[in-house]
Design a protein around this ligand. Sequence first.
Ligand code: ZN
Length: 145
Amino acid sequence: MLNHLYSEIILENSRNTKNRTEMKAPSRVERGHNPNCGDDLTLMVKLQDDVIVDASFIGTGCAISTASMSLMIDLVKGKSIDEAQQMANVFLGMIQGNALSDSDLQLLKDCVVFQSLKDMPARVKCGTLGWHCLLQVVQDVAPGA
Ligand code: ZN
């Protein structure tokens, strides 16, 4: 199960509404749906050249899916598409049980709280939903990446 500290970070971020807002004229919109849990979130991204200058999300989902989406947005804002893709790969690898190097830990920051999802298979789709939306955006922008 999630330990106390991790649960608090997740709860706090699931209630945080600063990233939960509809964006005007987003460059990319990507909806993620997890019917097992009822999560239905849409990621909105504004790109300038290959940099994510802004991101937000709308929709409804459980604490884990919304907290993960919101923390991911904090992490990738201001980053290039390449950096965002690298973060997504490290995050998804972590959920699959990969060990994290020091540079991986620095890269993911607070998003490492979701590491415990690897022991909670039923919630994996909740915690990775936002990241799959992000990967889809990355692939749309950089085909073959
Ligand atoms: Zn969920």
